[in-house]
Design a protein around this ligand. Structure first.
Ligand SMILES: N[C@@H](CCC(=O)N[C@@H](CS)C(=O)NCC(=O)O)C(=O)O
Length: 173
């Protein structure tokens, strides 16, 4: 179900299922609401038998969860940066901080690019790939590929996955 969620417009209907008024929120047949995206992914992984998107234990699990947190964290401050840019009185320290973090996270992604390509697809790949898709979606004028060729190559392959192609974001608000 398509639902509009915006930071300055809490959605009363959505909040009955998720008091944070955020998407994604998944309501199961029995009425249980799941959020946020990591929890929903863990639920879906369980439906597929478990242990595929979320490695069961050890270094692989910690690496996957850290990468997921890095991608999710980037998405969180990109949302704040977008909100900030739309305000009548922009807070320059906030814009500068988010911009500095954006560059740092892109550099970290670039360092991980080789290992991302070499390792089995998991929730870490989903988190990083999704954050870069959001960067393309909402900051289309940002030429991040120019100075990050490794992660750009990896992301091109990520975007070619049928699941990613089937869930491209659209702005129909
Ligand atoms: N970390 C959360 C992020 C969710 C999130 O911030 N979603 C945005 C849309 S991309 C939202 O619903 N914003 C509405 C709001 O902040 O009120 C997740 O992975 O699910």
């Amino acid at each position: 179900v398509r639902t509009v969620a915006a930071t300055t417009r809490p959605h009363p209907g959505l909040m009955q299922d998720n008091p944070l008024s955020k998407i994604p929120t998944l309501v199961l047949d029995d009425g249980t609401a799941l959020y946020d995206s990591r929890v929903i992914c863990e639920y879906l992984d369980g439906l597929a038998g478990g242990g595929r998107l979320f490695p069961a234990a050890g270094k692989a699990r910690l690496t996957a969860l850290r990468r997921q947190a890095l991608g999710d964290g980037m998405l969180d401050f990109l949302l704040l940066l977008r909100n900030e840019r739309e305000r009548a009185h922009v807070s320059e320290p906030h814009v500068a901080t988010f911009t500095t973090k954006k560059q740092a996270v892109l550099a970290a992604f670039e360092q991980e690019a080789g290992d991302l390509s070499a390792s089995a697809f998991d929730i870490g790949h989903v988190g990083i790939g999704g954050a870069l898709c959001y960067l393309d979606f909402r900051f289309a004028d940002e030429d991040w590929r120019k100075h990050h060729p490794g992660i750009a190559r990896w992301h091109a392959a990520f975007c070619a996955r049928p699941s990613v192609r089937a869930t491209e974001p659209v702005d129909d608000s």
